[in-house]
Write a new protein. Sequence first.
Length: 82
Amino acid sequence: MVVKTEQIQEKIKNIIQELLDKEGLSNKEDLTMQGLDSISSIELIVELEEVFSISFDDSELLLDNFKTIDLIEKMIESKTNV
């Protein structure tokens, strides 16, 4: 579903842009190079869980899984059955 995917991307981008205080991030950009660290990744995870009404498994809580908007989107889509 293209519309649903675009809505997910937009929500993710808004959360990350606010968290990192960065604008114009691309979907494939390495967020760790833009300031995402262990503390901000926890904030990101909590916000994503709240906004999308999902829960990440402990095994998924690796910084590598949250390195790009595309990776985050895929994880969320797998949990929301898009």
